[in-house]
Design a protein around this ligand. Structure first.
Ligand SMILES: Nc1ncnc2c1ncn2[C@@H]1O[C@H](COP(=O)(O)OP(=O)(O)OP(=O)(O)O)[C@@H](O)[C@H]1O
Length: 872
């Protein structure tokens, strides 16, 4: 340290407190980065890396920097790349500082704690999630969106459920105890961990006394129980770790986090991570896009808040029949009233993201434009409330009563701030005329002063007779009179020379300076006064943050209800009867997304009945491409839509509330997790058998496909039997399979039924009818589907030949199919060829012992010898 410059010493001291952040070290008009930070940042930001001397041992120090006034996009880019940025400012005036200027980190921007609008996507939350594991595999999960103030906490049992919550919140940054660092690498959840920043917090932070105290102090409650956290020991630890992290990074500016909303996973339908993915709830499997997902279909929300709330409703379908019915009533009322819907949409179209505006206002990072946006949004509320006046359904009535137009806030901003204020806050032009008497006076002086200058210029021109005389202004000299060299003879005595240029001279007069002082003084004071008035207004608005947050939440709810109603009306959905029966019956159900996106083929509706009696397990057979997966997904989606309060694509539906939906669909490629497809399939199946209940809906698509046929059939069979026979997990089950053997189960098991997707054979072609009918399928039509998919004709023909052999029982001794090649189209009877499945010496021996040498011609003998040679 001793041979470092004092500034470098100060830098290293501050940096040592922020080892995992890139330190933006304020030096005059720049933020500078040094050493490893500089190397990393220059690469990410694509800016020049330079160096300067006087690091340790006189070595050169790598260095790069960005201008302070345009740092925001650079910070955003680093954070986007998953880095944290610690902003270190000069905290005393360099002019008055003795020795080196004092510097301090004033804020750490991290991927999970971003508030700048440019770095956020409007219809998605940006969560910081905290995860902690307690005794007995109980996990605390808490997550916060600092930009909106939304803060949620829960507790779950087991690894799977905990990571399920992570998948659902989809956080940008995850906080974990330091002691978890090692074990995280063994969590085989590659795709879940990708693209997230991990932050490790000292273990002592999770101390129970400390965490409870943090919660009590922050929320001003006597105990975390007052926030609905009864029994949430781990949840409280997880939530408090977030508060601790906020204190460290935001340096105290977190007043707008006023609520912690505790929820229990039992209050919602449980959807594990793979089910969310498989059902393409918020993004598609193939491209990860919103378009093509259920969210993409249902999202007609007008506001960003509504968009985020709908995402949440889809992620957390309800199980309370009462609450589901409340939502249905509101959706029904809106769906039946196009005028009301259109009116709501029109009003909401002008509403900005109130939650994020509120967040920025509370964090004092909002500009004047944010306040104007808030005002414009609030002005939309009175007409909205008028529209809701006659509403009948309880939820709409509650919203009408609860949406607060915050008149005085809108009024304050309206009176205080001009309609189109500038982006910068410190150059004036923000505060409206008539808001503040002193400001008005100063403005008058400034205006008058400017007029005076113009008048003075005219007067001096007349007095001197110099028509080219000009009164100008610059920052160094203030106002001055400029006279060209050729006119110098005409200047009066009272002109005082200030500066000589090549072909002009500049002068001042006492009169000019007197006015200058008045005008410039006024302008300086105007700028200062405007800024402090703006801050006052912002503080007044911030003080109403809680009311604003509640109103924002209700507007979001209204937006979601109107969006669901819009889709229900346009797509002709029906209101499902949701009750606590064991019945799941759907008439003419459709797949909501396939129906909407696949306009080239008319969607064929299908019925379904599942219950816990005769129709507990329905085995669906049918050719590839017939529509099995589509049908099963459509059932799962209809149930999910019903429980989130939406109407459903069917003519009639009765949905006995489901506690969980499990899916094991297709061969999802999980290479990112380093697990084989079959392994994942079996793990998911095991989890289903462990966790399903009679209230669950299980969707199994071709389980066992990832292994050999016999293993596959055996596993599929045993799984179906288990789901049928075991009371604890006798879930309503849809089971699609290519193994026709499974249709036999219906003979011995009373609650298993068969159905298949009908196809028609015509001229050796299959026509998909897309209709689910009772009974098992007789054919797979795999070869025909292969032909449709463009397999070469030779392969198709050969496959048919092999199929024929298999079907006519051409088996070798061990019961293994004999796959012979004969004349095309004709299955050979007793083939001299050998089974592909026999091996090595046995083959030779058998072939030899079967020969009758006395009846062979020499040519035949030679041919056989050649054949034997090739077998070795
Ligand atoms: N009821 C329907 N009406 C119209 N088109 C449908 C219907 N069901 C499915 N389809 C269309 O048929 C195609 C195949 O459906 P799906 O993937 O469900 O078949 P599958 O039987 O599961 O096939 P595989 O066994 O190969 O997975 C889909 O692209 C879908 O668009």
């Amino acid at each position: 340290m001793s041979d470092l410059t004092p500034m470098m010493r100060q830098y290293l001291e501050i940096k040592s407190d922020h080892p995992d952040s890139i330190l933006f070290f304020r030096l005059g008009d720049f933020y500078e980065m040094f050493l490893d930070d500089a190397v990393k940042a220059s690469r990410i930001l694509d800016i020049t890396l330079t160096s300067r001397g006087k690091g340790g041992d006189g070595a050169d120090v790598p260095l790069c920097g960005v201008p302070y006034h345009s740092a925001a996009p650079y910070i955003a880019k680093l954070v986007e790349a998953g880095e944290k940025v610690a902003i270190c400012e000069q905290v005393e005036d360099p002019k008055t500082a003795k020795g080196i200027v004092k510097r301090q980190v004033v804020k750490v921007v991290t991927p999970g704690l971003v508030v700048e609008a440019e770095s956020l996507s409007p219809k998605e939350n940006n969560f910081l999630l905290s995860l902690v594991r307690g005794d007995g595999d109980r996990w605390g999960v808490a997550y916060l969106d600092i930009s909106t103030g939304e803060f949620r906490v829960t507790e779950v049992d087991g690894n799977d459920a905990a990571w399920g919550e992570v998948a659902c919140a989809n956080p940008r940054e995850i906080l974990l105890p330091e002691s978890f660092r090692e074990s995280l690498s063994s969590v085989s959840r590659g795709d879940l961990l990708a693209d997230r920043t991990f932050t490790y917090v000292d273990d002592w932070v999770y101390d129970q006394d400390y965490t409870e105290r943090l919660i009590r102090n922050h929320f001003g409650v006597a105990s975390p129980d007052a926030l609905g956290c009864e029994g949430f020991v781990e949840g409280v630890r997880a939530a408090a770790a977030i508060l601790h992290y906020l204190q460290e990074t935001q340096k105290g500016k977190v007043d707008h986090i006023r609520e912690l909303s505790a929820y229990r996973t039992q209050e919602f339908m449980v959807l594990d991570e793979s089910t969310r993915r498989n059902l393409e709830l918020t993004s598609t499997l193939s491209e990860g896009k919103k378009r093509g997902s259920l969210l993409g279909l249902l999202d007609r929300t007008a506001t960003a808040m509504g968009g985020r709330k709908l995402r949440q409703w889809i992620s957390y379908p309800l199980v309370s029949i009462e609450k589901i019915k409340e939502r249905q009533d509101a959706v029904g009322e809106l769906a039946g009233d196009p005028g009301l819907r259109a009116g709501i949409r029109e009003a909401l179209d002008g509403v900005y993201d109130l939650e994020r505006l509120n967040g920025r206002i509370s964090l004092a990072s909002s500009g004047a434009k944010d306040l104007v946006a808030l005002k414009m949004s609030l002005l939309r509320i009175p007409p909205l409330l008028a529209l809701l006046g006659p509403a009948q359904s309880s939820m709409l009535q509650e919203l009408r009563g609860g949406i607060d137009p915050l008149h005085e806030v809108a009024d304050l901003i309206g009176r205080g701030i001009v309609d189109d204020p500038p982006f910068v806050l410190r150059e004036g032009g923000i505060i409206a005329d008539g808001y503040h008497a002193e400001l008005d006076e100063l403005r008058a002086i400034s205006r008058e002063g400017k007029g005076f200058i113009a008048r003075l210029e005219a007067k001096e021109k007349a007095r001197t007779g110099i028509t080219s005389l000009k009164i100008r202004y610059n920052k160094v000299f203030g106002y001055y009179i400029e006279v060209t060299k050729s006119n110098l003879a005409a200047i009066p005595d009272d002109y005082i020379r200030r500066q000589t240029l090549a072909n002009a001279e500049r002068f001042i007069t006492p009169e000019l300076k007197e006015y200058e002082e008045k005008v410039l003084g006024a302008e300086e004071r105007i700028v200062d006064l405007e800024y402090s008035l703006f801050q006052q207004i912002r503080q007044c608005v911030a003080a109403e943050g809680e009311r604003l947050a509640r109103t924002a939440d209700r507007i979001a709810t209204l937006d979601v209800l109107a969006s669901l109603a819009d889709v229900a009306h346009e797509r002709n959905y029906c209101r499902p009867l949701v009750d606590d029966s064991d019945i799941l019956s759907i008439s003419e159900g459709r797949h909501p997304v396939v129906e909407a996106l696949n306009v080239s083929e008319r969607f064929v509706p299908n019925d379904l009945l599942l219950d816990n009696n005769e129709h507990q397990v329905v085995i669906i057979t049918g050719p590839n491409m017939a529509g099995k997966s589509t049908f099963m997904r459509q059932v799962a989606l209809i149930v999910l839509m019903a429980q989130l309060g939406s109407f459903v694509p069917a003519t009639e539906a009765r949905i006995g509330v489901v506690d969980r939906i499990f899916t094991r669909v297709g061969a999802s490629d999980n290479l990112a997790r380093g697990q084989s497809t079959f392994m994942v399939e079996m793990m998911e199946t095991a989890a289903i058998l462990r966790n399903a209940t009679p209230k669950s809906l299980v969707v199994l698509d071709e389980i066992g496909r990832g292994t050999s046929t016999f293993d596959g059939v055996s596993i599929a069979w045993a799984v179906a039997e288990y789901l049928h026979d075991t009371d604890r997990c006798a879930a309503k089950t849809l089971f699609a399979t290519h193994y026709h053997e499974l249709t036999e189960l219906a003979v011995t098991r009373s609650k298993i039924k068969n159905c298949n997707v009908a196809v028609k054979e015509w001229n050796d072609q299959v026509i998909f009818l897309r209709k689910i009918v009772e009974g098992g399928a007789s054919h797979s039509y795999g070869i025909q589907v292969g032909r449709l998919a463009g397999l070469p004709a030779e392969v198709v023909e050969r496959a048919k030949e092999i199929l024929h052999n298999l079907e006519t029982g051409e088996y070798a001794e061990g019961g293994v199919p004999r796959i012979a090649k004969g004349k095309r189209g004709v299955a050979p009877k007793a083939s001299p060829q050998l089974s592909l499945f026999e091996q090595g010496e046995d083959l030779l021996r058998k072939r030899l012992s079967g020969l009758n040498i006395s009846s062979l011609t020499p040519l035949e003998a030679l041919n056989i010898l050649d054949e034997l040679k090739r077998m070795v």
